[in-house]
Design a protein around this ligand. Structure first.
Ligand code: NAP
Length: 252
């Protein structure tokens, strides 16, 4: 049985990836901090083991890799992530360092380690969950989050180019959704200014495009149009517009 690792499987998009891949016959390794949520998920899936851990800690990323790498892993979905809302000078530094550790460092470590194994076998899929934020120049009032997702998008598309130049069968892709209805907003302390899609819609679309080996996956026509449209606007103006959209998300 092939194995899929899904980080951030206790909630939202990651949880839906775990459910969808389980239905496709994969053994799931479900990763997140909240053990009770993972246990509940595993009880509802055909074949699932849980791996409770805090991926902001570098040693936990390495422990995850070393404990599961021998389990016929063929898909890695790096989905765990969160956002911090607020003006840069006032947001909490420790929380932002955790954001960098999770959204950037953990994704970087797991991508590199599993990519080496997949290259050796010349097969395997890595999907890194970025955001439409990762396709924008910057995001005032959510600056560290936008910057972290720009890193994920840039890193993954670069790897995809390296793989394609070697005619490798290994896939590396990046999922860049707009608003998705999950617990993300509660964690970031914001509400959506624009319409969101469900996590299931997002995941169904992502898996379809992954099977087609698309590198940058943007669900919904509206978000695709917005991403293409911003290329024709000066960088500073795009940043101002992104900032206005973020301000509308404030809960208070
Ligand atoms: N929702 C959106 O609108 C949206 C749009 C674009 C991109 N995204 C991206 O989609 C991904 C999933 O977010 P979501 O929307 O599904 O939000 P979510 O419902 O809040 O899920 C976030 C997941 O990340 C896990 N996580 C958080 N901190 C962790 C840590 N230190 N170690 C291990 N796991 C951790 C959480 O589990 P525990 O709390 O149990 O650890 C949870 O399973 C994120 O990378 C996010 O940036 C979301």
């Amino acid at each position: 049985m092939k194995t899929a690792i899904v980080t951030g499987a206790s909630s939202g998009i990651g949880r839906e990836f775990a459910i969808a891949l389980s239905k496709k016959g994969f053994h799931i390794i479900a990763v997140a901090r909240r053990k009770d949520r993972l246990v509940e998920l595993s009880q509802n899936l055909e074949s699932c083991e849980i791996f409770p851990c805090d991926l902001t800690k570098r040693e936990e990323c390495f422990r995850l890799y070393h404990e599961v790498r021998s389990k016929n892993v063929s898909i890695v979905i790096n989905c765990a992530g969160f956002g911090v809302f607020g003006k840069f000078e006032t947001t909490d530094l420790d929380r932002e360092l955790d954001l960098i550790n999770l959204n950037i460092t953990a994704v970087h470590i797991l991508t590199k380690l599993f990519l080496k194994d997949f290259r050796a076998k010349n097969k395997g899929y890595i999907l890194n969950v970025s955001s439409s934020a990762g396709l924008m120049p910057s995001g005032p009032y959510m600056s560290a989050y936008y910057a972290s997702k720009a890193y994920v998008t840039s890193l993954t598309t670069a790897i995809a180019t390296e793989l394609s130049e070697e005619n490798s069968n290994v896939y590396a892709g990046v999922l860049c959704p707009g608003p998705v209805d999950t617990e993300f907003n509660d964690v970031a302390g914001v509400k959506f200014g624009v319409k969101s899609i469900s996590a299931r819609e997002c995941v169904d679309y992502a898996l379809k495009k992954m099977a087609e080996r698309k590198t940058v996956i943007v669900p919904t026509f509206t978000m695709k149009a917005a991403i293409i449209g911003q290329r024709f606007i000066p960088r500073k103006a795009t940043s101002i517009i992104a900032g206005e959209i973020q301000k509308k998300k404030t809960l208070i």
